[in-house]
Design a protein around this ligand. Structure first.
Ligand code: FAD
Length: 496
């Protein structure tokens, strides 16, 4: 019997846009999928939070069941074991394997798993082929080597827009004959007990079937892409932004498939600033991933890419109040409660709570990042730690103490108080904007954990002392034109 091609699924839990599967079918090879649960770390992180919380655990379990079903329709088996090495070993025990394909992962924990699997494959003369399937732009199509990746997003964006190339979406593999002598495919682990499914999180069902359905719903049925740029900062409505992130993070959706749909939408409905802006945000995602590839574990260092020795606090009472949504600042608390209840928080919310955590509570940004890692449905190592570094002021952008003024954020993004009333039952009776300032409106609510202005002054002084110790200001200043406000890209200069 002809040797088979094994595809190792990791954060690419989909059948669509998988060049490795297409290549195997073109060669006439039968495909066997493998998956190891070591792709989902459940141990405690550095600060004690379990790395994969119940929301993402539930989502992954659903995504894997969906993947097995979708592969099954094409006659492709998915062999699962506790580890990827065990899954590969089980397949090697029954059938001859010619090739092993797998998506690359930048994080060191994943690279260590990779070494074991590749060692085993090579010892059996299996040809190993890595695929880059997580990003919109293929690393080989970039106009610079990873080592030459610009430090600033705007420079990166301009460069890639000048040499714009997004690869075609790979066609889906057809049906294949059943593979003989396969080992037991293994039982999928059920979603863990306590996995929350309420009105918010229930809309995020794991798997490519649900991901593709959300893409169809957001663009074509709800027709919301045309106003994305105006609504993307909203915190209350599901359709304020695409909500594609959980499926992107697990690879249930390919960014190239999203891009192809945006381009079709532009041809068939409208091409405007909003359609451009969604692509622009996907570029942020690529930028963080490439930054991780370039910087390696520096992404996790306390002093960040800037090497700024800020004296962070680790006060456990403050950390707990923030995690539980009991800081006394409703706009922070509502966002933190939404995160715990659903595993999701809007981009606006994430920026607000991360600014408060680092600029008012003065807490070590890595604790906040680890709590997000535990909670988020869409946790993605590069986007999470990259965005946290930015929020803490230790990322690649220039040295500047950027503080989110909570009152102003509330006035701009929740002027009637609807969002905070939705997530904070104690404030349901507070009228209008008064829900944001219970200390003024007289609503009965937990007292503020710190004074906003005094805490900001104190942390600014700490920040400036660190800048002096590190040798003064550097960089070119604000660079969050997409994710955090600031300078606009020149939409007309783009080529795509
Ligand atoms: P949309 O606004 O519809 O954007 C479309 C897609 O673009 C998103 O799905 C996402 O893939 C990408 N994107 C948008 N904004 C960003 C951004 N700032 N950085 C990187 N990619 C972006 N995003 C994650 O996917 N995983 C994370 O772990 C994560 N952690 C974050 C931590 C902090 C402190 C902050 C400030 C942001 C973080 N983000 C993270 C980015 C962003 O908040 C989410 O991608 C976004 O809120 C997801 O909702 P959406 O799909 O509706 O986004």
């Amino acid at each position: 019997m002809k040797p088979v091609a094994v595809h190792w699924f990791r954060n690419d839990l989909r059948v669509h846009d998988q060049p490795a599967l297409v290549a195997a079918r073109r060669r006439g090879d039968a495909i066997v999928g493998i998956y190891g649960y070591d792709a989902e770390p459940y141990g405690a992180g550095r600060f004690g939070f379990c790395k994969t919380g119940p929301h993402r655990a539930r989502f992954r379990a659903e995504a894997l069941a969906d993947l097995r079903a979708n592969l099954g329709e094409r006659g492709i088996p998915l062999v699962v074991r506790d580890t990827a090495a065990e899954a590969l070993s089980a397949v090697l025990g029954g059938v001859a394997v010619a090739r092993l394909s797998y998506p690359t992962e930048p994080a060191s924990e994943e690279t260590a798993i990779e070494r074991d699997v590749l060692r085993m494959a090579r010892a059996r003369a299996v040809r190993c082929e890595a695929y880059a399937g997580h990003s919109l732009l293929h690393p080989e199509d970039l106009p610079f080597a990873i080592a030459g990746l610009p430090d600033l997003f705007t420079t990166f964006r301009k460069e890639v827009e000048r040499h714009w190339r997004v690869r075609e979406v790979a066609p889906e593999p057809g049906r294949q004959e059943l593979v003989a002598n396969l080992p037991d495919v293994g039982t999928l682990r059920p979603a863990p007990n306590g996995a929350v499914s309420n009105a918010g999180s229930a809309r995020f069902t794991g798997g490519e079937t649900a991901g593709l359905a959300r893409l169809q719903e957001y663009l074509w049925e709800r027709d919301r892409l045309r106003v994305y740029k105006e609504t993307r900062n909203g915190m209350l409505q599901f359709d304020d932004s695409s909500k594609l992130s959980p499926w992107l993070a697990a690879g249930c959706l390919s960014p190239r498939r999203i891009y192809a749909e945006i381009r079709r939408y532009e041809r068939e409905r409208v091409e405007n600033d909003s359609t451009y802006w969604l692509i622009f945000e996907l570029l942020w995602r690529d930028f963080f991933r490439l930054t991780h590839l370039k910087q390696g574990d520096r992404l996790f260092l306390r002093d960040g890419l800037q090497r700024l020795p800020i004296e962070w606090s680790r006060d456990p009472a403050m950390v707990a109040a923030w995690c539980e949504g009991k800081t006394g600042y409703p706009i922070v608390d509502a966002n933190m409660r939404e995160l715990s209840a659903t595993g999701y928080m809007s981009n606006r919310g994430r920026q607000i709570v991360a600014s408060f955590f680092t600029k008012n509570l003065g807490l070590d940004w890595r604790i906040g990042a680890e709590w997000f890692e535990h909670q988020l449905l869409d946790y993605d190592v590069a986007s999470n730690y990259g965005n946290w570094q930015y929020a803490a002021g230790v990322g690649n952008d220039g040295r500047e103490f950027r503080l989110f003024n909570l009152r102003r954020q509330a006035e701009m993004y929740d002027p009637k108080g609807d969002y905070v009333r939705y997530w904070i039952p104690e404030l349901r009776r507070a009228m209008g904007f008064g829900a944001h300032e219970p200390w003024r409106s007289g609503a009965d609510y937990v007292p503020r954990i710190v004074d906003f202005d005094a805490s900001a002054r104190e942390n600014r002084a700490r920040y400036e002392a660190a800048v002096r110790r590190a040798g003064g200001p550097s960089g070119t200043g604000r660079d969050r034109s997409g994710a955090g406000g600031g300078g606009k890209p020149n939409r007309h200069s783009r080529r795509r």
